[in-house]
Ligand binder design. Sequence first.
Ligand SMILES: O=C(O)CCC(=O)C(=O)O
Ligand SMILES: [Fe+2]
Length: 283
Amino acid sequence: MKVGEIIDLKTYPIDQPQSSQYREIVNSIKGGLDEDGCAVLSNFLSDSGLDALVSEADARKSKAYYAESKLCNIYLAEGNRNKADDHPQNIFMERSNGFITADLLGKGTYAHTLYYWKPLRDFLAACLSKKKLHIYADPVSNMIVNLCKPQQTFNWHFDTNEFTITFLLQGAQSGGHFEYVPDLRTRSDECFDEVKKVLGGDRSRVKRLKLREGDLQFFLGRFSLHRVTHNTGDTDRLLLIQSFTEQPGIIGNPQRVKDLYGKVTEAHKDRIDERVRTDSLLD
Ligand SMILES: O=C(O)CCC(=O)C(=O)O
Ligand SMILES: [Fe+2]
């Protein structure tokens, strides 16, 4: 299967930037992202593309990393002893999902081929009104599969990278909902009070996304708090995540990468003090 065949290019001709269909798609995505930091293209993957990506993920499920520590705050980082107990940095929640990491989805896999396909990146840049997008430079977490087995959940959190696309490979039979709160923090403000309200159970700003297998979701996870509710069905929920950044060279906080994905590389060790960020938000 060629890379273009993983996608339903008839409906979504993302390799034809001159076409009117392309412009329409870009405009619809822009509308969604402007409104609430999220947009979906239904049935973006072809049937055979979806099958291939599911098989690839299934074959690697036994190697998924499950962290020992099951309690996490929304920054997926340490607490802060200098803050009150009810400060968001000190509110810890169950996180029981696992990850198939990028090193397990290397060159030659369909997921890798799709991720590095230039027309896809150009299309995403157009949707975000950016000149150019870069592959997220983190070698462990730039492309991952989130694995939520029955009873598992991924707590409320913010992402490190600015922008992800996700492909639902296998939905939960029940539960396993993706929920998010659009623009809960900004580049210059953690908005702790608003964050506290959501963690306290206020659902007035919470949105729940209806995703189906093969859909492509665009998401600005650095600013929108999000989570995956408990998978209450009997089968696994599998979601492929590909991350991009505007600036090259951004990698994850080594502590966070180790906790979440179970490993770091030389790239993390070398660059602890000179990590690139475009803001000063807590990770
Ligand atoms: O599985 C999902 O829908 C979201 C996963 C996620 O938020 C993450 O891996 O950062
Ligand atoms: Fe996330």
